[in-house]
Design a protein around this ligand. Structure first.
Ligand code: SAH
Length: 392
C-alpha cells in the first residue's frame, strides 16, 4: 500500500531534505490528520503541489514497508552519539532507507552493514554513499532482515520498520551473534513495553522475554514530525545491552512458558493453569516428550502427603506416565500441587520477577513438566522465538 500523496522525488533523495520541506509536509499531515482543521485553501494548495511533485516522483514510500524516513539531523546525531561507536566497530543497520542514518554511521564506524528489503532504496543508498566516497565501508544486503542470517557485528543502530519490531528485537537478543548494544528507534508504545517492569501496566511477555537476556535503557523520545512522511505515532529511542550473566535456561522453553503464563497476564496463575484447552495442550506435550524419554515423565513426581494419605491416587505413584497421560483431572491436580508448593497459586504473571518465574519453571521441570516439544532445527526455532514475542 502506498502512503497516499507522499513520495520522495529523486531530486530530494540526493540530499537530506530541507527542514522547510519537512515542516511543510508534517504540518500538512498534522493539520489534516491530527487537528482536524479544515482549511480549504490550504488543502487545495497542497493538492496542487502534490500533483506537480508526483509527476517527477521516482520512488513511492510504501506504508506496508514502514517507510518513514527520519529527517531531523539533531535526532540522527543523538542516535549516533548515544550508540558509542568506536572507530573499529562494525555497525549493523536494519532498513537504512535512503541512508540518512547510514551516512552518519559511516562517518564514525569502521564498517556499516545495512540490510534493506527495497531495491529502490538500495540504489539511492549506494548513490548517496558513493557521492561521499564512503562506498568502501558499506555493505548492503538487499533482503528481508528477518529471513537473513545476521553477519558478525559489534553494534546494531537502526530506525527500523515498526511492523517488524517484535521479531527483530527477538532476533537481536536471542540470536547467535554476540554484540555490544543495539540502539533502536521504535514506536513509542513498543518502547514503553520494552522498558516496563513487573507490576507496570505495560509489563508483558515482550518485556519479560527481552529482559531475561538484556537490559533496556531509555534514550529519548522522537516526535512524529521528525519523519517523512509523518507517521500516526510518536517514537522513542532505546538502547539494548545484552546481559553479561544470563540464567541457565532453555530459551525455547522459556518463551513457550511465558507464552502460557502471559496469555492472561492479570489472572492468577491458579486460574490460568485451570483452563482446559491449555491443560490439554500441555498434557499432550508431556506425552510426546514422555515417548521420547521412554515414558519417564512424572516418574520422579510424588503427590503430596495429603494425597498419599487419602490413597485415591497411589496406584500411579512412582510412574504416572500411563495414568496421568490420559487423565486430565489428575494432570490438573499435579499442576495445582506445583503452584501451591511454590506459593504461586494466587500470584499474577504480570507482577512476577524473573527470579520468581524461573523458580516456577524449575518447579515444573522438576516434575518433568516441560513447555515445548521436540528440539527444532535452528531456523524453525528462530521463527518460534520470534512468534513467542507476539502479540504485543
Ligand atoms: N532508516 C531509514 C529508513 C527507515 S524506513 C531512516 O531512518 O530514514 C524503514 C526502512 O526499512 C525502509 O527503507 C524499508 O524499505 C525497510 N524495510 C522494511 N521491511 C524490511 C525488512 N523486513 N527487512 C529489511 N528492511 C526492511
Amino acid at each position: 500500500m502506498l502512503h497516499r500523496n507522499k513520495f520522495l522525488s529523486n531530486k530530494i533523495t540526493n540530499r537530506i531534505m530541507s527542514h522547510h520541506f519537512l515542516r511543510q509536509n508534517c504540518r500538512t499531515m498534522s493539520t489534516r490528520r491530527f487537528n482536524n482543521v479544515k482549511d480549504e485553501d490550504e488543502q487545495y494548495h497542497n493538492k496542487l503541489r502534490r500533483k506537480t511533485e508526483n509527476e517527477e516522483a521516482q520512488i513511492y514510500l510504501l506504508k506496508s514497508r514502514g517507510q518513514h524516513l527520519l529527517m531531523n539531523p539533531r535526532v540522527l546525531n543523538t542516535i549516533v552519539q548515544k550508540s558509542n561507536i568506536l572507530p573499529t566497530d562494525t555497525v549493523l543497520e536494519i532498513g537504512p532507507g535512503t541512508g540518512n542514518l547510514t551516512l552518519k554511521l559511516l562517518e564514525v564506524a569502521e564498517k556499516v552493514i545495512a540490510i534493506e528489503i527495497d531495491k529502490r532504496m538500495v540504489e539511492i543508498l549506494h548513490k548517496r554513499v558513493a557521492e561521499r566516497g564512503l562506498q568502501g565501508r558499506l555493505t548492503v544486503i538487499c533482503q528481508d532482515a528477518l529471513k537473513t542470517e545476521f553477519p558478525q557485528f559489534d553494534l546494531m543502530v537502526a530506525n527500523i520498520p515498526y511492523g517488524i519490531s517484535s521479531p527483530l528485537v527477538a532476533k537481536l537478543v536471542y540470536g547467535k551473534n554476540s554484540y555490544r548494544s543495539g540502539t533502536l528507534l521504535l514506536q513509542k508504545e513498543f518502547a514503553r513495553r520494552l522498558l516496563a517492569n513487573p507490576g507496570d501496566s505495560e509489563f508483558n511477555r515482550l518485556a519479560v522475554n527481552v529482559k531475561l537476556v538484556a537490559d533496556v535503557e531509555f534514550v529519548m523520545n522522537v516526535s512524529k514530525k521528525d519523519f517523512l512522511p509523518c507517521p500516526k505515532v510518536d517514537s522513542s529511542v532505546v538502547k539494548i545491552h545484552p546481559k553479561t550473566e544470563i540464567p541457565e535456561v532453555d530459551f525455547d522453553e522459556w518463551c513457550a512458558f511465558t507464552r502460557t503464563c502471559f496469555t492472561k497476564k492479570n489472572k492468577t496463575l491458579g486460574a490460568i493453569f485451570k483452563q482446559k484447552g491449555m491443560l490439554m495442550e500441555l498434557m499432550k506435550l508431556q506425552e510426546t516428550k514422555g515417548d521420547e524419554e521412554n515414558n519417564t515423565i512424572y516418574s520422579d513426581y510424588h503427590v503430596n502427603d495429603a494425597e498419599d494419605e487419602d490413597g485415591a491416587r497411589n496406584e500411579g505413584n512412582g510412574n504416572f506416565s500411563s495414568t496421568v497421560g490420559k487423565d486430565l483431572n489428575l494432570f490438573k491436580e499435579i499442576i495445582n500441587d506445583i503452584l501451591r508448593s511454590g506459593g504461586f497459586e494466587d500470584k499474577r504473571p504480570s507482577k512476577l520477577s524473573h527470579e520468581e518465574l524461573l523458580d516456577l519453571l524449575s518447579l515444573f521441570n522438576q516434575a518433568r513438566i516441560h513447555f515445548h516439544g521436540q528440539v527444532k532445527p535452528m531456523d524453525e526455532s528462530e521463527a518460534e522465538l520470534a512468534s513467542a514475542f507476539d502479540p504485543l
